[in-house]
Every structure is written in structure tokens, then in C-alpha cells.
Design a protein around this ligand. Structure first.
Ligand code: SAM
Length: 240
């Protein structure tokens, strides 16, 4: 049997002896692009049952079938961190989703703010991007990418037990401050135009909101997302 590091997300149960039918796209990738044949091994995960080694037993047109034989890694959920961000240009929004999955967040929530550059997103495309990132980085869990929603709606009501780290460009230069408290958290990143004064006023008045500085320079939104998740993960996430 050929050893492989190919990892695929499947939306089906996994377990000992479980047969899994792969999609036509996955089948094309395995047999047409990677030239795998019956007997080859792949790694499968579904965000619930951990990662399983499986062997291809059929490579038909309707989709290859793989049979699980061994649990290679148990499910490891990322810490309870949400990333909330205002979508920017397509490639940079893709970058934010990809890096959020790699760095480790549990949910990704695009929001519309007063100065949001993008009126619409393709949620299905961003979700597929999150799946690809999880396949590539070894995660056994895929964060949900929510539909675009107005920031106002997300904040009312904001869950009392979730700390909101508001990356506030007006706080730039103040020391970055995330405590070692591993509780439920969220990070909020604004659009290229920053937050409107009405939004800033509302966030300042909300209990459970901590303004967060990301250093003395103004970062692009995609850089800010990576920097903030990194700070949080190092202080109270699963990097410690
Ligand atoms: N147009 C805004 C300005 O010049 O003030 C800059 C917006 S910045 C490109 C996009 C987002 O990244 C901001 O809304 C904020 O959430 C975050 N950000 C960028 N630099 C930051 C910093 N030094 N401290 C905190 N947040 C920052």
C-alpha cells in the first residue's frame, strides 16, 4: 500500500471499517491529479470523529470509496475564539479566512460596518476555503464561516460571558494587553476605512469589551487579524 499525507474533509461519519464515498471532485483529485489507485491510503476527517487513515477500495466514476482502518488523531477543537471582521477585497478576505483556520479559531463571522468595503460575500466559497485550509494545516476541525451580518445585529445582544477584544486603531501605540484568562473570547477587526465614530462610541460603552492596540503602526485589516489572533493564542489559547 502506498503511504500518503493527503487529507480530505468529508461530511460523513468515520469509524473502524466505515466506508466513505468521496465526492467526484475529491475522486478526480486523488485519481486524476495525484494518480492514486485502489489500495492507496488517504487521511479523512469530518470535524467530529478525529482523523482516520482509510484505504481506497473503489475508484469509480460516481466517486471513489475509502474504508477507514485506523484513528490517526483524535478530534482537537481550537479554543473558543471567534474572529469577527469586515470583509475587504476578495484575495485579502480569503487570506483572513485561511490564516484564521491555521492559527486556530472556532468561528469566523464577517460583519458589515459603516465603512465596510464589500456589500456581499460568497459564504459558500469562504467556507470551502476554510475546509481547504483545514485539510492543508492538519486541523481536525473546520470553523464555521457565518453569513455576512450587520455589526449592530451581532452586538445586540452580545453574550455576557464572551470577552470582545476590539482592535481599535485609535488605541494604536498603547501596550497590547490580553490577559491569561482562557475564557470564551472574540476578536473584532474593522475595515480599511476603520470604525465610524458611532460604532466606536457604542463599543466603548459596552461591558465586556476590551480595546486592543496592535502596536504603534496602523496595520492593514488582514495583518491586524493575524496579529490579534497570534497575541490571543500566545496569551491564553492552545499555543501555550
Ligand atoms: N483607516 C483607519 C485609520 O487610518 O485609522 C485604519 C483601519 S485599519 C487598515 C483596519 C483595522 O485593523 C482597524 O479597524 C483595526 O481593527 C485594525 N488595526 C489596524 N492597526 C491597528 C492597531 N495599531 N491597533 C489596533 N487595531 C488596529
Amino acid at each position: 500500500m502506498s503511504e500518503t499525507k493527503i487529507r480530505l474533509y468529508v461530511d460523513q461519519p468515520l469509524g473502524p471499517g466505515q466506508a466513505v464515498r468521496l465526492s467526484p471532485e475529491q475522486t478526480h483529485y486523488l485519481t486524476g491529479v495525484m494518480r492514486l489507485a485502489v489500495g492507496a491510503q488517504v487521511l479523512l476527517f469530518n470535524g467530529q470523529d478525529g482523523e482516520w487513515r482509510a484505504a481506497l477500495v473503489e475508484t469509480g466514476r460516481r466517486g471513489a470509496i475509502a474504508v477507514c482502518d485506523q484513528l490517526t488523531r483524535p478530534l482537537a477543537m481550537p479554543p473558543d475564539l471567534w474572529l469577527i471582521f469586515a470583509p475587504i477585497k476578495k484575495a485579502r478576505t480569503d487570506f483572513i479566512v485561511e490564516k484564521a483556520v491555521e492559527l486556530g479559531v472556532r468561528r469566523i463571522l464577517p460583519v458589515q460596518t459603516r465603512h465596510t468595503n464589500s456589500e456581499r460575500i460568497r459564504q459558500d466559497r469562504l467556507q470551502a476555503h476554510a475546509v481547504e485550509a483545514a485539510e492543508q494545516c492538519g486541523a481536525t476541525w473546520v470553523p464555521e464561516v457565518a453569513e455576512l451580518q450587520p455589526l449592530d445585529k451581532l452586538l445586540a445582544p452580545w453574550p455576557a460571558d464572551r470577552r470582545l477584544y476590539w482592535c481599535d486603531e485609535a488605541a494604536a501605540g498603547a501596550p497590547a494587553h490580553i490577559t491569561g484568562d482562557p475564557g470564551a473570547s472574540a476578536i473584532l477587526i474593522g475595515p480599511e476605512g476603520g470604525f465610524a465614530e458611532t460604532e466606536a462610541k457604542r463599543l466603548r460603552a459596552m461591558p465586556g469589551v476590551t480595546p486592543l492596540s496592535l502596536g504603534p503602526r496602523i496595520l492593514r485589516a488582514d495583518t491586524a487579524a493575524v496579529a490579534a489572533i497570534t497575541l490571543w493564542q500566545a496569551a491564553c489559547g492552545d499555543w501555550r
